[in-house]
Design a protein around this ligand. Structure first.
Ligand code: F6R
Length: 603
């Protein structure tokens, strides 16, 4: 969701800026642009669509010697994804890029228009550059003009602004949207929405705090918050770049599905000791005064939350409710200080989830985040974080992040159970054995993958898919359907199998595809009856089960695991691969599906 890159120094700027944007592609975007200020001349380029279009437009542009540059990928919020709405936006002598939403832009725009300023784009962001130039024309210095501009903005933003008035500086501001400043020993300065574009260039970085702003040049970084000068707090930047390749896979999503076995071993590492679950992160955390867990998340993370709610109640015997963050924000929820507020987010930047977390903190609840990105906004705000250790996930459709979230939450349910004295030795043994087996369950069986590839050609039409399951397999059905719709653009819904007869079964006919999750360890007979009801109405059934099922049109035989979570993880991989293969056959962009963004930093 919008990416920002900036640079100050002597390096060739076009290449660094475009490479940086490429690193941020996974966030999703629909247009891009760059501006470079070099020897008092500003060159800028914008293009709608993929970065290749911008690369083509800039192919003859080079800027050697000292200069500054800003670059942006835009994911449309206000105004269509056109070239004119792409960033940077300019005034008479300055250029700006912005990620986020300026909530009061209409007021500012009307005021500026009343003063004779004309606007080119439909974006909220363009007000920033005109406001800045207005203050410059009122004879304020560039620094004061920028400070006054930032003080006038309401909303969420990461901003970089350059101006001929101060040709050696980049002005920056951050509120509720990530922005990082990096530097190295060669006096080069870098900006980015995440670490990714800075790795290999910057040695150390500052993760800017909300409400901070300033300006930087080759010699210094001036950082302010509430008009007070702040001391920059640099942290060393990890220099590993191994995630940059697809490792021979066709798509990042495919690579990430295959990686699930390895990353879940990482997730487990050090977290099972002496046959007990151990979270170093929680060593100071007391669960005894917690009477309820409320989980808040969006999308795939919400599905992980929903699956874990069964585990928290069943294993830890603690009341657990799950909320979609965008709903929770506005429902005026009644919050009790004896509730643990659990936040789940892959990116750690999802605006709705972040806001829900802030609300819970304000209400005085203990907060715990399960997150994949260290130093992300959610990690920085929540009291404690358990990192999922999935590594960078580049495919927009989440796979390995989901697997590691579910695994962490399962571990957590055992940890809470033990802390509250609810865990019997026998149950602990069974769970630990199954937990240890997850990386093996997640090893992709190539024959199975091939079978799904062949099967996928039968599922390219029809009027829709139902994924059905019961208990923890209901959230998995939701997730399977979400994966399929995200990358195939076919209509798919997840349903609790027992709920079909209350309405959705009316849709059943031979071109309604039902993907039935039929584990042997949980409610097999119940789901079997539900599937039979659908089959009797001529629905096409793809059954996934360790038990042969005579009424299935297509059948994927799974391992006869004895633990429901082992069956869960095996079926998860099958639904992921099915979605992938259908999407490939339909010729879609698997890693960057239309209309989607990896990190949803707007409401
Ligand atoms: C689906 C997907 C999204 C995210 C959702 C929340 O494949 O990736 O549904 O799960 O946008 O994102 P995070 O987990 O980053 O808060």
């Amino acid at each position: 969701m919008c990416g920002i890159v900036g640079y100050i120094g002597k390096r060739e700027k076009r290449e660094f800026l475009l490479d940086g944007l490429k690193e941020l592609e996974y966030r999703g975007y629909d247009s891009a642009g760059i501006a470079v200020l070099h020897q008092s001349e500003i060159n800028y380029f914008k293009a709608s669509g993929k970065l290749d279009n911008l690369t083509e437009k800039t192919k003859d542009f080079r800027s050697l010697g000292f200069g500054i540059g800003i670059a942006h990928t835009r994911w449309a919020t206000h105004g269509k994804p056109t070239e004119i709405n792409a960033h940077p936006h300019w005034g008479e002598f300055s250029f700006v890029i912005h990620n986020g939403i300026i909530e009061n832009y209409m007021e500012i725009k009307k005021e500026l228009q009343g003063e004779g300023v004309s606007f080119l784009s439909q974006t909220d962001s363009e007000v920033i550059v005109h406001l800045f130039e207005k203050y410059i024309k009122q004879n304020f210095t560039a620094q004061v003009a920028f400070e006054k501009t930032i003080n006038s903005l309401k909303g969420a933003y990461a901003i970089l602004l350059i101006s001929k008035i101060a040709p050696e500086s980049i002005f920056f501001a951050k509120n509720a949207v990530p922005l990082i400043v990096g530097r190295n020993a060669k006096d080069e300065l870098f900006f980015g929405s995440s670490d990714a574009p800075l790795i290999g260039f910057a040695d150390e970085v500052i993760y800017l705090e909300d409400g901070s702003y300033g300006w930087a040049n080759e010699k210094e970084i001036n950082l302010y918050k509430n008009s007070q000068k702040m001391q920059p707090n640099f942290k060393l930047l990890n220099s590993s770049k191994i995630y940059a390749q697809k490792d021979g896979f066709r798509f990042f999503m495919e690579k990430e599905i295959y990686e699930q076995s390895i990353v879940t071993s990482e997730t487990l590492m050090g977290r099972i000791k002496d046959d007990k679950v151990f979270f170093e992160e929680l060593s100071e955390y007391d669960f005894n005064d917690i009477e309820e867990i409320k989980i808040c998340a969006c999308g795939t993370s919400y599905h992980a939350a929903l699956a874990s709610s069964y585990l928290f109640e069943r294993i830890a015997k603690i009341r657990c409710s799950v909320e979609i963050a965008s709903e929770f924000r506005y429902k005026e929820p009644l919050l009790d200080k004896k509730t643990l507020f659990l936040i789940i987010s892959q990116s750690g930047e999802t605006a709705d989830t972040l806001q829900a977390l802030k609300m819970a903190k304000k209400a005085g609840l203990k907060t715990l985040a399960v997150c994949n990105v260290d130093n992300s906004s959610i990690v920085r705000i929540s009291d404690v974080t358990i990192l999922t250790r999935a590594g960078i996930e580049k495919g927009v459709a989440s796979t390995k992040a989901f697997a590691t979230q579910v695994l962490v939450l399962w571990l957590l349910s055992l940890h809470v159970a033990r802390s509250k004295g609810k865990l019997s030795e026998d149950l602990c043994k069974t769970e630990i054995k199954a937990l240890r087996g997850v990386p093996t369950v997640l090893k992709v069986n190539e024959e199975l993958h091939e079978k799904l590839h062949r099967l996928s050609k039968r599922y390219l039409h029809g009027h829709g898919f139902f994924f059905i399951g019961r208990d923890i397999f209901f959230p998995l059905a939701l997730e399977g359907a979400l994966k399929l719709k995200e990358i195939s653009y076919l209509h798919a819904e997840g349903y609790p199998a027992g709920e079909m007869k209350h309405g959705p079964i009316a849709l059943a006919d031979s071109t309604l595809f039902t993907v039935a999750l039929m584990p042997q360890t949980l409610l097999y007979d119940k789901i079997k009856s539900n599937v039979e009801e659908l089959s009797a109405r001529d629905a096409t059934i793809l059954a996934i089960s360790p038990k042969e099922f005579a009424l299935a049109d297509d059948f994927i035989k799974t391992q006869p695991y004895e633990h429901p979570m082992s069956e869960f993880f095996e079926m998860m991989v099958i639904t992921q691969l099915l979605a992938l293969e259908i999407s490939v056959r339909l010729g879609n962009d698997v890693d960057m599906p239309r209309n989607l963004a990896k990190s949803v930093t707007v409401e």
